[in-house]
Design a protein around this ligand. Sequence first.
Ligand code: VGL
Ligand code: ZN
Length: 200
Amino acid sequence: MTSINEALLVIDVQNDFCPGGALAVPEGDLIVPGINALMDDFAAVILTQDWHPAGHSSFASTHGADPMTVTEMPYGPQVLWPDHCIQGMSGALFHEDLQTDRADMVIRKGYNPAIDSYSALFENDHTTPTGLEGYLKTRGITKLTFVGLATDFCVNYSAVDAAKAGFEVSVRLDLCRAIDFDGSLDAAKAGMKDAGVKLI
Ligand code: VGL
Ligand code: ZN
């Protein structure tokens, strides 16, 4: 068991990011047993859940565009994804083998129709907070370990924002899997390192 100021953050281990899902990450399901086992080592466990309304602005279908193309949003470039993690649909549920009983907190993100939210701390405009930073800080949590999906998007953005917010951040790459779209995994690893994130 780590000390009470350390938390495990489990990012988006949901059906749509696992094989068979709408935005399947290769081997996304393989990390579930290792994540469950790691929960025993942490005093605090927090899960995130990608949680979009139908017709979300990050969906290619909303723009009549092809999935995996990039569009310009008021807050910058945005990859357009297949419809995924729609509120209340089975694809948005956690993987059925993920242990959710240990979670102190489940934070949902991406519910704002006009802004995507890869990061668990800030929406993609980099200014609208999700409230997680306040939650962690008021609990006195200072050290974070990230696992989950996808390494190059939600894990990456969350880890970088957490490091910028002053947390001591590690990412367990063995318990993450990547989409790896157009060099995104290498860019993510470099960005995390630059931000002071420890890659394990
Ligand atoms: C994610 C793309 C779109 C993720 C979420 O969890 O990494 N990626 N929504
Ligand atoms: Zn999403």
